[in-house]
Design a binder for this molecule. Structure first.
Ligand code: CA
Length: 231
């Protein structure tokens, strides 16, 4: 009788063990599945009905190109600077210099007033010295502090200093007046409308025609989207 009870207890214990093991295995399998579904979501490019309009925006490259690459960027954004130094040179060489794609830059202001200052300087130089725009654009990103994190480096004075380094005979007073003009605020407003229309929530955001690239630092994904648009 005693032995029987002990065996029953033992049998029940091992059944529980099997049950618990099964539950744990099931939980692990579920976690793996959920993780993969999330990964898939993160890696998914968004499709829009149309490409962002590049009217009134700086456009580099052959305007007859089939593909339009648009960067939504912010001069205050370190990842945008990184993108410009790592991804952009490859894209330029492979697709823009070869006439397959154009490149445009749209201003985003996710870092408060310093972003706005950078955007207004960018709009002003694009208007006054369109042939020097891309040099200024590159120089302003290069002016980001690399050693310490500084949320306010991009002042009007800094923008003027950078502009002068690119355009030695620059009329400083004219640039300052332009940066504070309603005309440039309206130009920047066009950019703001554009980034809102395309649900831009982080910078840089890269669009290849109507496709918004999930990971802007994934060169292979950008290249694949361009090649799909070229077909
Ligand atoms: Ca613009």
């Amino acid at each position: 009788m005693v032995a029987q009870a002990s065996r029953n207890k033992k049998g029940k214990g091992s059944r529980n063990f099997v049950l618990y093991t099964a539950i744990i295995v099931l939980i692990i399998v579920l976690l793996v599945v959920i993780n993969q579904v999330q990964k898939k979501d993160e890696g998914q490019n968004d499709q829009f009905a149309s490409a962002p309009s590049t009217e009134s925006q700086p456009v580099l490259g052959d305007t007859n190109a089939k593909v339009s690459i648009v960067e939504f960027g912010d001069y205050m954004c370190p990842t945008c600077m990184y993108w410009g130094e790592t991804i952009w040179p490859q894209l330029q060489k492979e697709f823009v210099d070869t006439g397959k794609a154009t490149f445009s830059y749209v201003n985003v202001d996710f870092h408060a007033q310093p972003s706005v200052t950078g955007a207004l300087a960018s709009e002003s130089i694009f208007k006054s010295h369109p042939d020097k725009f891309w040099d200024f654009h590159k120089a302003l990103f290069a002016a980001q502090p690399t050693t310490e994190h500084n949320e306010t480096w991009l002042t009007e004075d800094k923008a003027v200093e950078v502009a002068k380094s690119v355009i030695p005979d620059l009329d400083e007073a004219a640039l300052r007046t332009s940066m504070n003009s309603d005309e440039m605020k309206e130009q920047f407003q066009l950019d703001k409308q554009l980034y809102q229309d395309f649900n831009v929530t982080l910078t840089p955001t890269i669009m290849i025609n109507e496709t918004k690239i999930a990971d802007p630092l994934d060169y292979a994904a950008i290249k694949a989207a361009i090649e799909a648009s070229l077909e």
